[in-house]
Design a protein around this ligand. Sequence first.
Ligand SMILES: Cc1cc2nc3c(=O)[nH]c(=O)nc-3n(C[C@H](O)[C@H](O)[C@H](O)COP(=O)(O)OP(=O)(O)OC[C@H]3O[C@@H](n4cnc5c(N)ncnc54)[C@H](O)[C@@H]3O)c2cc1C
Length: 356
Amino acid sequence: MKTNIIVGSGIAGSVLARRLAEENNEQVLVVEKRKYIGGYCYDYRDENGILIHKHGPHIFRTESKKVWEFLSRFTDWEDYQHKVLTNVNGQFYPMPINLDTVNRFLGTNYTAENVDDYFNSHRTSPTEINCVKDVIESQIGSEFYHAFFEKYTEKQWGLPCEQLPPEIVARIPIRKNRDDRYFTHRYQALPKEGYTKMIQGILDHSNIHILLNTEYKTIKDSIDCKHIYYSGAIDEYYDYCYGKLPYRSVTFEFETYPIEQYQPVSVVNYPNNYDYTRITEFKHFYHIKTTNTVIAKEIPHADGDPSYPIPTNENKELYNKYAAIPNDNVTFIGRLGEYKYYSMDQIIEKMMEYEI
Ligand SMILES: Cc1cc2nc3c(=O)[nH]c(=O)nc-3n(C[C@H](O)[C@H](O)[C@H](O)COP(=O)(O)OP(=O)(O)OC[C@H]3O[C@@H](n4cnc5c(N)ncnc54)[C@H](O)[C@@H]3O)c2cc1C
């Protein structure tokens, strides 16, 4: 029986590999260029016993019972409700904006019943929404835009908000209560032993074989396969024949401190100071007690590992040109194959519904 090739052992490739192996009883060869499985979800335990997310903090959440039950076959869970603070002028404020953020920042006493009065009287009414500034100011007004969002967004994307297309920001959530959780999904937790262990479990099937440290192009002519599912970058696959799809990249500067705790929650945003956008302190994820702590400062760049697709119309058109190249042998999947930001649960759900 000919094998399928799955390029990439991230969450997209791994879920699809499992389904082909289990549901169709097909052979699958997973080809991974890195020395580890898991893609952007890869984590490892360091010498302090702390689970480190190598490619940035990954918080699992989903509304889908189906996704939750699928993953629960491969991991136990650690209860975790993600909390984020934003540091503005040296003070910490809950993020997303809630009643406490508003009252502490403005020095007011708004309640759930009247906090809308503030936003209704401060949001702007541009005749057209042409840029990120328009999107945010028209929802929450200039004060919160300047203090909490403007510089963060500019650091993240490397351009002034006036030049950033509206598509790159979503609706800004405003909580009229004091709920300080970042997500409110029905299911939210972290894999008990980490994402790498969970993905190892997904790939652990007698029909699945894994080749690490292997760039797909180096083996492509040596295997006569049934079908290729490609979770690498689509423009790279086609040797950038129409040009490069732009990505924003992020790198992480890891630092270890001989202290129990660096910051009050796992993630603190720094919109206005420093080159980094946020600091993650990993030990909060698993509530562990150690004498050391490890943090990562997240610094956005124009070049480097492709982290975030930049969803402008121009880039989407370029992606569509690549996607339209006739190719019966290859299906492009995942965040790089589809040039689209997916959260983990979104891509898992998509791979679970894929016709195979
Ligand atoms: C900074 C950051 C933080 C995030 N935080 C969250 C979060 O908190 N919660 C959440 O739900 N989602 C989060 N995400 C999204 C999450 O990372 C993605 O949903 C997920 O990684 C998508 O998996 P994937 O398999 O499509 O891609 P990837 O994980 O990138 O996997 C692709 C794999 O293909 C391999 N590969 C590529 N090209 C080749 C080739 N030519 N040959 C061989 N191998 C190749 C790569 O090495 C990689 O292992 C975050 C993303 C980023 C960038």
